[in-house]
Design a protein around this ligand. Structure first.
Ligand SMILES: [Zn+2]
Length: 233
């Protein structure tokens, strides 16, 4: 905001509650609000990469067409979460398990391997001390090897910490789903999209490029929720 200088009288556009939450799934850019040429219409959103560099595709979507779709999906998912809690938990767990199972298993395997290598190095280091004491290893050689193994252990410990975080995240899926249900309970009446509803429930919404297939316009609108991610399909 400028304090000095010429002040231009500008219309303040309502960019809508979804502004800032919309993303292009093709290039990863945010979608930006583009104000309408006439005051009566509600404006549109466009892929930022297209808007600024004329790259990617438009990913054009009208605000007044997007909001009812998102609201309807939100109401459907939230009603399901509220009214069929057990089924909802099972569905989210199944969905997340499918997505993360491979990564989870690989994480656990890598963690196990790193842990046993750390123990192995402990034994090697013990042996180094014994060799040094018995005179089988020079002080210089001992010091070089000790440093080498200690560095390897350090790296492995860092790796284990990271893997631990990933594994824990995968295990807390069920807690996340329960957290989502708790949040959903706050919004029993969703008559319209408000900034509070959007910020509480939604992480982002991905807007595909509209396509006309056999004369029918199709555009993917994919909601990614806070806590549980995407549950469509
Ligand atoms: Zn894009």
């Amino acid at each position: 905001m400028r304090e000095s200088g010429r002040r231009r009288k500008e219309h303040v556009w309502d960019k809508g509650p979804l502004n800032g939450f919309l993303y292009c799934p093709d290039c990863g850019s945010k979608l930006y609000f583009s104000h309408p040429s006439r005051l009566k219409t509600s404006g549109t959103y466009l892929c930022g990469y297209y808007l600024h560099y004329k790259k990617c595709s438009t990913h054009y979507i009208r605000r007044d067409e997007l909001e009812p779709v998102v609201l309807a999906q939100l109401r459907k998912d939230c009603a399901f979460a509220r009214e069929h809690e057990d089924d909802f938990l099972k569905m989210v767990e199944k969905k997340t398990r499918q997505q993360g199972e491979d990564a989870f298993r690989q994480g656990e395997r890598e963690y196990g391997e790193a842990k046993s290598r750390i123990e192995e190095i402990d034994q090697i280091i013990n042996q180094l001390y014994e060799d040094k004491v018995s005179g089988g290893l020079s002080a210089e050689r001992f010091s070089i090897m000790l440093t080498k193994y200690e560095e390897e252990q350090e790296t492995l410990r860092g790796k284990c910490e990271k893997l631990q975080v990933q594994i824990t995240a995968a295990r807390t899926t069920s807690d996340n789903a329960k957290q989502f249900i708790r949040v959903v309970r706050k919004f029993t009446e969703m008559q319209e999209l408000t900034p509070e509803i959007v910020a509480t429930l939604i992480e982002r919404v991905e807007i595909g490029q509209a396509q006309t297939i056999d004369g029918v316009k199709k555009q993917e609108i994919r909601i990614v929720y806070n806590f549980i991610g995407n549950i469509q399909e």
